[in-house]
Design a protein around this ligand. Structure first.
Ligand code: 7TS
Length: 422
């Protein structure tokens, strides 16, 4: 049994979450950066990859690489089987009913653009309203602005409170018979707030709107069940779920996807082409023009196997305790202010320090071997709301420890002493 295979046979309950074994599965963590052991706290941007995923990619390119759905030869059949097996793993992971409801895309951004351009241009007209929230990532703002420019629809924004919680009364007030689409993030990447999306989905449906959930910051931390949520679309990126970059998923309810026109034209997505008329392939291939990211999808399947073997419940419990500890330690630092204090949060600790620019904090932390992100986090409206140029952000993954938090806090204290004017 290889190291990677052995790691997939561990029991997935909270007690047995063996952080040392988990860390051993992530080779990249065991290096020095600027002379110190790396502390990686930028998981909101992208996660590191376990050996099992790296070995899956290696095995694919060593042994099986071929194009999918077209060759009659052995390698093509193997590649196709592995690619479609990955789709089934995604279906099972998010509890979708049908494998046809799983469309492979480049990432969350492409998934949302696909829905805006395909569903949106077919179904949304002048005067219709699209409801998003004040805490969206630019990926869940700009595609809707483009659609509004193209159709004459109107974008409406659900406000949030100082804590970074959506104001539900405002959500209810803004929902009306003109609301055709509600697009909301499951977890805020800038604040860590977990939104009550099941409630939002129910209320949006009662008002006759379709709902897209941006799950980019959720899938690695929260068990997602698209059937239980009853969302119409759910988008996420593989690379924030311990999988390679360049692969992501759009889940859509079959009836909605069936009725949507293709997003891009090309190979794979057709049934028959003549110069007079082209007919389209069945779901999900209608939305997968061109050669897909085959190794990426297979890598995503492998990452899902890894996460399931560790147990998402155990991962969540571990990350919750690390976030709690980090929050408590951060509050001990004089002059540090946490941005985003929602009662339900996961993974993310955004903060500012009195009269210090967040990028300077990020640079000093890097010099001390601690990787965080600093800036607007592609959520400029959130920064505008708090009247800040940006924040520094530590974001937690399954392999982070209390030691990581201690190193991070020590580095923040040093940065504050070096940079603070007082
Ligand atoms: N939506 C949310 C909530 C995100 O956090 C991100 C990426 C995206 C959409 C876009 O995902 P992509 O994979 O298509 O790029 N967020 C971040 C971040 O917080 N830091 O770097 C990328």
């Amino acid at each position: 049994m290889t190291h990677a295979e052995a790691s997939l046979h561990r029991a997935p309950d909270a007690q047995s979450f063996d952080i040392d074994r988990v860390r051993a599965d992530f080779p990249i963590l065991h290096q020095e950066v600027h002379g110190r052991l790396l502390v990686y706290l930028d998981n909101g941007a992208t996660t590191q990859k376990p050996v099992s995923v790296i070995e899956t990619l290696e095995r694919y390119y060593y042994l099986d690489n071929a194009n999918v759905h077209r060759g009659l030869h052995e390698l093509s059949e193997r590649a196709t089987r592995a690619f479609e097996a990955a789709r089934e793993k995604v279906r099972n992971f998010i509890h979708a009913s049908e494998v046809q409801e799983i469309v492979f895309v480049r990432g969350t951004t492409e998934a949302i653009n696909l829905v805006a351009q395909s569903y949106g241009r077919r179904n949304i007209r002048e005067g219709d309203e699209i409801l998003i929230t004040q805490m969206e990532h630019h990926s869940n703002i700009v595609p809707w602005q483009l659609l509004c420019e193209q159709t004459g629809a109107v974008l409406r924004i659900v406000p949030m409170s100082e804590r970074g919680e959506l104001v539900l009364e405002e959500f209810d007030r803004l929902l009306n018979e003109r609301t055709k689409m509600v697009a909301v993030t499951h977890v805020s990447n800038a604040l860590g707030s977990i939104n009550p999306i099941k409630t939002l989905i129910r209320r949006a449906h009662d008002a006759g709107a379709v709902v897209l959930v941006d799950g980019a910051q959720a899938v690695a931390h929260i068990q997602v069940d698209v059937r239980d949520l009853d969302c119409d679309f759910y988008a996420f990126s593989g690379h924030k779920l311990y999988a390679p970059t360049g692969i992501g998923v759009l889940y859509g309810k079959q009836a909605l996807l069936e009725a949507m026109p293709p997003y891009q034209g090309g190979g794979e997505m057709i049934e028959r082409v003549t110069f007079e008329k082209t007919t389209y392939n069945a779901l999900p291939y209608k939305f997968e023009a061109g050669t897909p990211n085959i190794s990426g999808a297979i890598g995503l399947g492998s990452a899902i196997d890894y996460v399931k073997a560790m147990g998402l419940g155990a991962i969540s419990a571990h990350e919750r305790s690390i976030l709690q500890y980090a929050t408590q330690r951060a509050l001990e630092v004089p002059g540090l202010r946490i941005i985003g204090t929602a009662s339900l949060k996961c993974s993310i600790l955004s903060f500012v320090i009195d009269d210090v620019h967040p990028s300077d904090v990020g640079t000093i932390l890097d010099q001390l071997g601690v990787a965080v992100r600093a800036g607007h986090h592609c959520a400029m409206p959130v920064m505008q709301y708090f009247n800040l140029p940006g924040t520094a952000r530590a974001s937690i993954g399954m392999y982070n420890t209390r030691d990581d938090v201690d190193r991070f806090i020590d580095a923040v204290v040093r940065a504050k002493h070096m940079l603070s004017k007082q």
